[in-house]
Design a protein around this ligand. Structure first.
Ligand SMILES: Cc1cc2nc3c(=O)[nH]c(=O)nc-3n(C[C@H](O)[C@H](O)[C@H](O)COP(=O)(O)OP(=O)(O)OC[C@H]3O[C@@H](n4cnc5c(N)ncnc54)[C@H](O)[C@@H]3O)c2cc1C
Length: 336
């Protein structure tokens, strides 16, 4: 019996109805439809179950990987035999606050969040309605499209810091938001559990029509019929990755089952049989070619997990040093 066996046994005893899968293939969950099995995959439905799972993990010195809809991650074909994944996809509470803000848990999909805002005549989230991720993944990545970003609409974020088993609230200005970046990315063991969104009052019809227009644009330009993880590379300053890739003659270029989309060169798609190695090799070929021909370095936007990937606790004593000094930071133990 290894540490995972005993952890899984204890979690099953503590939370008998929790969906908890062993040797779960990540191809079943990732938008790329790629990835071998992880040791365990748990799907809590609220912060209490979430914290109970992490309590058992912490006792056994294990750090889980927290994911949302897995629309921005490439998992290795070999699987990750020492990884415990917690998905927030069932943590989907969402409601309107008395002051007009929207409270949404980490697993709420960005499309449901923007539809909810529209139903309540709140404008600002139209850009997010076609992004297939969740509030947790969207905030962590500062997801954005068509001129909007999460940083424009997030008022505050509640995180659960696993090493301390405590909740923290962080205001927008302390979230370290930048282009596809937030401070939460740099802190191992920092799980986003919910966020509050501050939006403008607007006209419901106009909001709905903007969302429709942006989603049509997406369908027209992006290869939504094939599995992918969205834009493969970040936008280099002053350029567009897709244009550079196309100018290098790489549209439609493939390695095994992975292909630079012939519809939108910024996307790498799985044509049916792609392995994570195919995607990785293709991305490296694209990167090298663009560097050789254009002298511009492309940096992956997709999170690529190697077979050796392990989560380590990188800041046990100063968990939130990046957002320390936040006057709004409050601590509560959800188990109390
Ligand atoms: C077809 C398609 C179109 C896309 N279009 C866009 C776009 O227009 N703009 C854009 O920005 N992105 C786009 N993406 C990428 C992706 O949808 C976004 O990055 C999204 O925000 C990721 O959310 P997720 O829930 O899927 O996160 P995941 O892929 O599950 O995770 C992404 C990262 O966030 C972490 N994470 C997830 N949830 C939590 C949490 N609760 N707490 C702590 N860490 C967490 C994960 O560990 C991982 O590091 C697209 C993807 C696809 C497949």
């Amino acid at each position: 019996m290894d540490v995972f066996d005993s952890v899984i046994k204890e979690i099953r005893e503590t939370l008998p109805s929790l969906p908890l899968f062993e040797e779960e293939p990540m191809a079943k969950h990732s938008s790329f439809k790629i990835g071998g099995p992880v040791r365990a995959f748990a799907v809590p439905e609220d912060i209490t179950s979430f914290s109970r799972i992490t309590h058992v993990l912490k006792k056994n010195r294990l750090m889980p990987l927290v994911v949302g809809n897995c629309t921005n991650i490439l998992f290795p074909d070999e699987g990750l035999k020492e990884l415990f994944v917690i998905s927030t996809e069932r943590m989907t509470n969402m409601f309107l606050l008395p002051d007009g803000g929207i409270y949404a848990e980490a697993g709420v999909s960005l499309s449901k969040l923007s539809s909810f805002a529209c139903q309540n005549s709140l404008s600002g989230l139209e850009f997010a309605s076609g992004i297939p991720g969740t509030v947790g993944g969207g905030v962590l990545m500062n997801a954005g499209a068509y001129g909007g970003e999460m940083k424009d609409v997030v008022e505050s974020v509640v995180t659960y810091y696993l090493p301390q088993q405590k909740l923290y609230e962080t205001l927008n200005e302390n979230c370290g938001f930048g282009y596809r970046k937030s401070a939460f990315q740099t802190i191992a063991g920092c799980a986003i559990v919910s966020a509050v969104f501050r939006l403008e009052s607007g006209d419901r019809e106009a909001i709905a029509s903007k969302m429709k227009e942006l989603n049509e644009k997406r369908r027209e330009k992006q290869p939504l019929d094939l599995p992918s993880a969205g834009s493969a590379f970040r936008r280099p300053e002053g350029y567009f990755a897709a244009k550079l890739i196309e100018e290098c003659g790489l549209k439609g270029y493939s390695v095994g089952g992975a292909m630079v989309s012939d519809k939108h060169a910024g996307f790498v798609v799985n044509t049916g049989t792609a392995t994570s190695h195919d995607v990785y090799d293709l991305m490296m070929h694209v990167r090298n070619t663009v560097w050789q021909q254009k002298g511009i370095e492309l940096v992956p936007e997709i999170i690529i997990l190697s077979p050796e990937y392990k989560l380590t606790d990188n800041s046990p004593d100063a968990p939130l040093h990046i957002i320390s000094g936040n006057p709004a930071a409050s601590e509560t133990d959800p188990l109390e």
